[in-house]
Design a protein around this ligand. Structure first.
Ligand code: SF4
Length: 363
């Protein structure tokens, strides 16, 4: 396939790995922030092609993994109410809340529907005017523009039976939070190319300088990942801490201005709780006051607000890159994709699911 196969050629991948080995003199620990990148690394065995002195740490860049359990509890509480049609993406169904998941609530009779596009929620709102249509909006800067567009359309259509349970998050504050942790081992970052396609990469300059870490904007194909690692190692070996763009076929310095304008109009930045990590300042979006009437938290009362963090300790260490999935005692025994104990095993982008799916290579 043109534009994909070129980035998966074995000769190119081996040349990239060899180039990395040729410049690596010291031990380095680099975090790929995005779960999609983690999957590419595991799927293609890229970590096995690197010198033993390079360790790849897997980051929290999976929206399903970091959506807090109280948001799932809120989703269930709303979905169980009379007259509600609750809408979500399919991979949110099995994310554990404190007392179950949306799949269980659906099995018990709640009207929960999986959508491929948030725009489908508006179609439902028009088709069922006597029902309350609630959409669980999750994801990073990549999915926020689509959610913002839906809210604007709902406003234009004058819909009063549509609302959002909004759990959108931003990546740069989470990177700073990870670096602030005394346990952090991160010496460089591969930033997520699709996020930077929306936001650009100017926001990363301050992080690179303040924490003295190189940040390399990286794509998702095997050659992309190895190119990102090469440039990260090159900077580390030379003592440089800069933001570099290795995904220029998609990412521009200032991002997608139209999408950013839409986000700015519809959302306002707030503190947000990340599952397994905790509260991170300025790391989330909620609806701005002009659109607050579409906020499900304003429309439904007495929703759960307490995070159940006790059961998330091990998963939290995975999400912060402090441990690897196969170091979890539950991995592949009590915790499998068929019966996950934590969100990193549920999501198709979760690090634990990636390790499990490519288990035979790890074992
Ligand atoms: S294997 Fe399961 S319990 Fe262990 S960290 Fe991963 S998701 Fe959490």
């Amino acid at each position: 396939m043109k534009y994909i196969d070129e980035f998966r050629q074995s000769s190119l991948i081996l040349n990239c790995a060899s180039a990395i080995a040729s410049i690596t003199k010291n031990h380095w620990q680099i975090m790929e922030i995005c779960g999609g990148q983690t999957h590419t690394i595991l799927k293609y065995g890229l970590d096995r092609l690197l010198p033993a002195s390079i360790s790849l740490l897997h980051g929290p860049g999976c929206p399903v993994c970091i959506t807090p359990s109280f948001t799932i509890d809120q989703a269930i509480a709303i979905a169980q109410q009379e007259g509600v049609i609750f809408c979500t993406f399919g991979d949110m169904l099995r994310v554990p809340g404190s007392k179950g998941d949306l799949a269980l609530a659906k099995a018990n009779g709640a009207d929960i529907r999986t959508l491929y596009s948030p725009l489908d929620a508006l179609t439902l709102a028009q088709s069922f005017p006597k029902s309350e249509i609630v959409f669980l909006a999750v994801g990073f800067e990549t999915t926020a523009p689509a959610t913002a567009l839906v809210v604007k359309k709902a406003d234009q259509l004058g819909l009063d039976n549509f609302s959002l349970l909004c759990a959108h998050v931003l990546v740069p504050p989470a990177m700073a939070s990870l670096l602030n942790s005394p346990q952090s081992k991160i010496q460089g970052f591969l930033a997520a190319g699709h996020v930077c396609t929306i936001t650009g990469y100017q926001a990363y300059q301050a992080i690179a300088q303040q924490y003295q870490v190189p940040i390399v904007v990286t794509g998702f194909e095997p050659a992309d990942i190895l190119q990102g690692i090469y440039h990260c190692i090159e900077q580390l070996e030379e003592g440089r801490f800069e933001v570099e763009n290795c995904y220029s076929r998609s990412v521009k310095p200032y991002g997608n201005l139209q999408a950013l304008k839409l986000i700015e109009e519809v959302f306002t930045v707030v503190d947000r709780h990340w599952r397994g990590i905790g509260q991170i300042g300025n790391s989330g979006w909620e609806l701005s006051w002009q659109y607050r009437r579409f906020d499900a938290l304003e429309r439904f009362n007495d929703l759960p607000i307490t995070e159940n963090i006790d059961s998330e300790n091990i998963c939290g260490e995975i999400l912060q890159g402090l441990r690897k999935p196969d170091q979890c005692p539950h991995f592949g025994i009590g915790c499998k994709p068929e019966h996950p104990l934590g969100a990193p095993m549920v999501s198709s982008e979760g690090a634990c699911a990636a390790y499990y799916h490519y288990l035979e290579r790890i074992g």
